[in-house]
Design a protein around this ligand. Structure first.
Ligand SMILES: Nc1nc2c(c(=O)[nH]1)N[C@H]1C(S)=C(S)[C@@H](COP(=O)(O)O)O[C@H]1N2
Ligand SMILES: [Mo]
Length: 386
């Protein structure tokens, strides 16, 4: 058996005219995904050099929704794009051509990096948003962030190298054959226009199937969106109290919130103490990094009021510790700007009812423009360092 040759592929559908048009939209989805991914990474840094803004309250909900939706739209686009160009994979590089061969080899290698990193990003992103973590050996966030730079770098290089072909292909009619490989002469099963329309439709279905995680009126059609179901107070439940191992500690009648200043307990506030402080109500979303989000009406005490009650100085980062003993979200940092914001609460109620055990009873953090992972449930203590 011999290796395939580009001339073995004869369909007129595998053409730069198709590749450039699909590639344009693939590039747009990747750019959106990359930029919104950077926002998410920034939002999750414990103490970023440039503070993450506390508003608009719905900001993270919008950017992370866009991140997951653009990633999903990229899946069918990437598949069609690879299908349209893969005969070129079998082009021989003439090693006797010296410098030119080296350049062609380099370009091939960059495409290998681009394809591998793009497939990795979409596959791990999809798995993560479906809450499926088959990897044990690496941290999703670290790997997804690092490979994002690899993918976007390889993409920019690829576009730069291909710019003349892209411009020629986009400038000409979709049925134009001047840029085609000589062997790509046979009519395909459908026309190029029909193939492109099918591709846009597939991307559209991918968007509709996931956008309901963010956009409430699309919930019914969003068959692939996880977490669109209702939960207590209209907010879905991510990790349950049972899964977090707090079934006993969260309902312990002896529970009290510790406020620590420089390690020493400066105040212990029981649930009755918290209820005796001024109560405030805010409409804020839980916006999960996995893409789903839901608005809730939360009531409770302002974080800054609790700190003041304990005599802790304001304008400082606050470490929030959970009753949960294991897992990555047991200790989170509420940066100073968030701790001072009047909308940042230790919520006691959701939709006028005491917090459900699964939503973080006895109290949880709810702050504006924050990734869901940082809205810590089952709070045990707030800690500040002077
Ligand atoms: N202690 C603790 N807090 C937590 C989590 C957790 O696993 N443990 N999950 C976080 C994540 S990822 C999200 S999206 C929100 C979800 O809150 P909900 O279950 O009330 O909707 O809680 C956050 N707070
Ligand atoms: Mo989340």
């Amino acid at each position: 058996m011999r290796a395939p040759h580009p001339d073995d592929f004869t369909s007129r559908l595998r053409s730069p005219a198709v590749a450039a048009r699909v590639g344009l939209w693939l590039g747009i989805s990747f750019a959106l995904c990359f930029l919104t991914g950077l926002v998410s990474h920034w939002a999750q840094l414990p103490s970023p050099a440039v503070p993450f803004p506390t508003g608009p309250a719905w900001g993270y909900r919008a950017t992370q929704g866009l991140h997951v939706v653009s990633g999903c739209a990229a899946v069918p686009l990437l598949l069609v794009k690879l299908w349209a160009v893969y005969p070129r994979l079998f082009e021989r590089v003439d090693v006797r051509a010296g410098r030119r061969a080296a350049l062609v080899g380099l370009e091939r290698a960059s495409i290998g990096v681009l394809v591998a990193s793009a497939v990795f990003q979409l596959a791990t992103g999809l798995a993560n948003s479906a809450q499926w973590y088959p990897w044990r050996e690496f941290s999703f966030r670290t790997a997804h962030y690092a490979l994002a730079w690899v993918a976007i770098g390889a993409l920019v290089l690829h576009v730069a190298v291909k710019l003349p072909v892209i411009r020629a292909a986009l400038g000409a009619d979709v049925d134009d054959t001047t840029l085609d490989r000589p062997s790509a002469r046979e009519p395909g099963a459908v026309s190029r226009r029909v193939l492109l329309r099918g591709t846009w439709a597939a991307a559209g279905v991918a968007v509709l199937a996931t956008a309901g995680g963010t956009v409430p009126w699309l919930r019914k059609v969003s068959v692939l969106a996880v977490r669109t179901g209702e939960g207590p107070g209209g907010v879905p439940i991510n990790k349950t109290a049972a899964a977090a191992g707090v079934l006993d500690s969260a309902v312990d009648p002896g529970w009290a919130l510790d406020v620590r200043v420089d390690g020493a307990v400066a105040a212990r506030l029981t649930l009755a103490d918290l209820r005796a402080l001024p109560q405030h109500t805010v409409d804020l979303p839980i916006a999960c990094v996995e893409g789903w989000s839901a608005q809730g009406r939360w009531s409770g005490v302002r974080v800054r009021d609790v700190l003041t009650a304990a005599g802790a100085a304001g304008r400082t980062d606050v470490v929030v510790a959970s009753l949960q003993e294991r897992g990555p979200f047991t200790r989170t940092v509420l940066p100073a700007a968030f701790a001072d914001d009047e909308r940042s609460l230790l919520a006691l109620d959701l939709a006028g009812e005491p917090l459900d055990l699964d939503h973080g009873y006895p109290c949880r953090v709810i702050a504006p423009n924050r990734p869901g992972v940082l809205q810590t449930k089952w709070v045990a203590s707030l800690e500040v360092t002077t």
